[in-house]
Ligand binder design. Structure first.
Ligand code: PGA
Ligand code: MG
Length: 236
């Protein structure tokens, strides 16, 4: 089995960047509850958690855009941007009230992050979720001490699959991009890592728009988070 370290052709593993939704946390129940409450508030039909699972990963605006296209039964491209903005504002209110009601850390996340932290590996979260929601979520789960750097979906003008958020995280951690590995759950994470010239590992259990993330050809694909740290997995 390949280790994260093996992806660096002999260079030292200095840092790991983590995607948030679908990689560290299962956030879809809260996202779906907030989106459905927003749709219903504006007299649209709710979408339900199973649809929402396929819509997460490209940021909040894209999520509500997909929800609105579903509710109005029209292609996303033909949506009136002012209706998207209206739903987005309502969604922000609802989601802000319930970021961590049903959201949980995936099994093994806390153990593995703690393990890497004690090994002196630096860690950052690079997510397409707006920073004002991501920050309290990391704090809620006590992950900010392990992962002090956060690049959110609105930190820069561009989001994953653009490489810029990954490069900014490396800069803020003070590590070399060449000694850093990305860990995510979707084709966006793989594309951003490739564009940053960074190796990438993926978890198979997350959200990838209903498709298998194996199709995106990450360097490592694991079924459990803890499998990213095999030494730890065998000791648990
Ligand atoms: O689309 C989102 O808001 C979440 O995206 P993430 O998978 O990059 O954390
Ligand atoms: Mg994700």
């Amino acid at each position: 089995m390949k280790l994260l370290q093996d992806l660096l052709s002999g260079r030292e593993l200095e840092a790991i960047l983590f995607d948030l939704d679908g990689t560290l946390i299962d956030s879809v129940p809260d996202l779906a509850a907030a989106l459905d409450a927003s749709l219903e508030q504006l007299n649209y039909v709710p979408a339900g958690v199973n649809r929402v699972r396929g819509w997460v990963g490209n940021g909040a605006r894209k999520l509500v855009q997909r929800g609105l296209a579903f509710a109005l039964e029209v292609p996303e491209k033909s949506l009136d941007p002012s209706l998207i903005d209206q739903l987005l504002a309502v969604f922000f209110e609802h989601y802000g009230e319930q970021t961590c009601e049903q959201t949980v850390l995936y099994p093994g996340v806390r153990e593995a992050l703690t393990h890497w932290h004690t090994q002196g590996i630096k860690m950052a979260c690079v997510t397409n979720k707006p920073a004002r929601f991501s920050e309290p979520i990391l704090a809620h789960f006590g992950l900010q001490e392990l992962m002090p750097v956060l690049v959110g979906g609105d930190t820069l003008a561009v989001r994953k699959p653009d490489p810029a958020p990954l490069l900014l995280a490396c800069e803020q951690l003070g590590v070399a991009v060449a000694n850093t590995v990305m860990v995510g759950d979707s084709v966006n994470d793989v594309a951003a890592a490739r564009a940053a010239n960074m190796p990438v590992a993926c978890v198979s259990y997350g959200y990838n728009h209903g498709a298998s993330v194996a199709d995106a050809k990450p360097d490592i694909l694991v079924d459990r988070f803890i499998d990213l740290s095999p030494g730890l997995a065998s000791s648990l």
